[in-house]
Every structure is written in C-alpha cells, then in structure tokens.
Design a protein around this ligand. Structure first.
Ligand code: VGL
Ligand code: ZN
Length: 196
C-alpha cells in the first residue's frame, strides 16, 4: 500500500460534504457519509504537515435555477441556512480552513470550487502547487473541481476513498475517474502515512 506524505505546497480540498448529499437527504449519494472518516484523516494530516485545507459548500437560494421547479435538473438541496446545507456533523472543519461558498447566485450554478470563487489565485499566493481532492459528488462537483485545478496548472490527486458518485446515469462515477485521469489527474488509492 502506497503511503502518502503531505507538505506545505499541498492543499486538501473537501468538496460539499453536506447533509443533503448524504443518505436520507433529498439528493442522496450512496455511501456519501462514508467519506467523512477518510477525509477527517486527510484534514488532520494536512494540519500536521502545514498543508492548506479547503472546505467547500453548495449554498443555494430557495429558488435556485438548478432546482427542477425552477428549470434545473436537481431536487432542491443545500438551501442556505437550512440543516441540509450544514456540513456533515462529524466532518472536522478546522478554524484555519478556507471555506468556499458556491452556487449562491440564483441564476447560475457553480460545480467547481474554482469557478468564480478566487480560490485558484488564493492558493497560488500561498505557494500551493498540488491539490488533493475528495468529497461529493465524484461525478459532479469533484469532477468539475479537479478539471479546473488541472486547467489552472495545479498538480492534482483524487482521494479515491474519500469520494462517492451520485450516478444520475449508471457508470458516471467510473467515467468521471477516466476523464479526470485522462486530463492529467492521478487517482490516489493509497493511505496516509501511519504517523499522521
Ligand atoms: C452537487 C449536484 C447538485 C455536488 C451540487 O456538490 O456534487 N451535485 N449540486
Ligand atoms: Zn447544487
């Protein structure tokens, strides 16, 4: 099993680990909650290594254009200031984490953590060269975040054990992994070094 070590030029990006995307929510991702203990270990490791930590949230107004009733494709989810939009209660979001809010304008969606958020510039200013991405959903917001990170020139690793797909169409998860890997991302199957 390959062991992974982080350094200060790394950032761990935790995408949209929110209640509404977990089993029992309105837009449930199978085993979505199982990413929490995995990502908590990566967050702790990042803290120990001086790597940056980014945690994003989908944060929609109640009449967001991505909702079916308003012309979109999704059931209502992650409505601002509701419990469903809260991070999973067991996710450790450290005080020093960069919180990215997206999807908060009624007329547009932002699948990628980098789209219109300034995150790319912010990470580059802090000397980040490599990003490790996990969270929800593998085939939607993780995919978009990974592809944007590559376009911005970051080295990109996908934390395979820390992500799950929503699979609107069966096979979407595998297709997303293939697409990300063809675009230059490395799919990291390994675990963190045991001392972290
Ligand atoms: C997401 C569907 C709709 C995601 C967000 O975070 O992957 N998926 N909005
Ligand atoms: Zn959304």
């Amino acid at each position: 099993m390959g062991e992974v070590a982080l350094n200060p030029a790394d950032a761990v990006i935790v995408v949209d680990v929110q209640n509404d995307f977990c089993p029992g929510g309105p837009l449930p991702i199978r085993e979505g909650d199982q990413v929490v203990p995995v990502l908590n270990r990566w967050i702790a490791a990042a803290g120990n290594a001086g790597a940056k930590i980014v945690v994003s949230r989908d944060w929609h107004p109640p009449t967001h254009s991505s909702f079916k009733e308003y012309g979109g494709v999704w059931p209502p989810h992650c409505v601002q200031n509701t419990e469903g939009a809260d991070f999973h209660p067991d996710l450790n979001v450290p005080a020093e984490a960069i919180i990215v809010t997206k999807g908060d304008k009624v007329d547009r969606d932002q699948y990628s953590d980098f789209e219109g958020t300034g995150l790319g510039e912010r990470l580059k200013e802090q000397g980040v060269r490599r990003v490790w991405v996990g969270g929800l959903a593998l085939d939607v917001c993780v995919r978009a975040t990974v592809l944007d990170a590559l376009k911005l020139g970051f080295e990109v690793r996908v934390i395979r054990a820390g992500t799950r797909a929503v699979e609107v169409q069966p096979g979407d998860g595998d297709r997303a992994l293939e697409e990300m890997s063809e675009a230059g991302a490395i799919i990291e199957e390994g675990e963190l070094a045991p001392d972290v």
